[in-house]
Write a protein that binds this ligand. Sequence first.
Ligand SMILES: [Zn+2]
Length: 425
Amino acid sequence: MTRILTGAVALMAGALTIADPMAQISRDYVRLVLALGAHDKDYVDAYYGPGDIKAEAEKAGLSLDAIGKNAVALSEQLKAAPAGADELSRLRRQYLEKQLAAMTARVRILKGQRLSFDEESRALYDAVAPTNSEAHFQQVLDRLDKRFPGEGPLVERYDAWRRAFVIPKEKLDAVFKAAIAACRAQTLKHVTLPPDESFTVEYVTNKSWSGYNWYQGNYRSLIQVNTDLPIYIDRAVDLACHEGYPGHHVYNALLEQHLVKERGWLEFTVYPLFSPQSLIAEGTANFGIEVAFPGQERETFERTTLFPLAGLDPARATEYYEVQAMVDELSYAGNEAARRYLDGTIDRDAAATWLERYALMPHDRAAQRVRFFDQYRSYVINYNYGKDLVRRFIESRGGTAANPEKRWQEFETLLSSPRLPSGLR
Ligand SMILES: [Zn+2]
């Protein structure tokens, strides 16, 4: 699943290695991330740094033990390196420290150490998501039960209603392209993007996720959309914002522009998936949806543009989003299923049943989600808890819904800086 592209910043590498201890630490960090990628196929999500570091990592062929020891030693060097003067330099050091700590935790997990769900998410993502009881979700389900009265499981009644909002397969590409164009236009009103940024969309099958952004360097991304299951109309804007604008594509492009190209910080040319960076990435990508389409703007755009393009009844857009707002209140039910399943208190069938009952996922989607738990484990908290942490952070700095300009400004600053999940609190 890893896409490696090299050479994008090869020119600057030689000049950076000598005098600055942080430049050497940064190179060593990249080398260790790439070395761990050889043991863990999902670990290196993106790399567009110098090809010689990749060649060195491959040649050394470090064992898990050696990677763990080197990461600890590198952390010691980092503590001894002179502190940077500005805020960004301070954030950079804290970021590298936590990224290295997460790397050693991932090594221990790959060697067979069992951590609880919460211990794992703290070690890898620098955060522990809140726990919710069945009663918390039940009060939302009770409201939905009134909305969809009748016999049989609520998930079936909800799913039957929702079928009228599936994007027909032959209209998928046109709907996605329109959604992406709108998300990009909304973003460009507030954020200056690097020149020549662009991405390609591909439709794929047989994945545990519904969409994925593969960042390739030089301001380019490959966005993959999984068509295994029916795609409902809300996924168009969700995916276009989350994977593209102002989500992952913009986040990666701004990091490349501001931290890699302007400052020469090589560590940002590599993205280790099981690390605190992922909470910031997923949290900003999800919060970015409402930053791009605040208040009624999304529903208006969908009613006037996307519903007609998908051949759906525009008169039902309001109804659809009223129900979706209620269903969104169940997002943490997925974390509960994952926590119980990965802690071993329920098995995979029970996890799927929990998702059907409390997250209102139809059977095949629930099964897909359990496969996601198998592959990515406590990563699930990065989406909903990440979004909540990002929202609170931006609002605490004055970027509230009532002040959209300030919200965009704080959002862009966060996307361009190496801030950690614990630094959002
Ligand atoms: Zn994502």
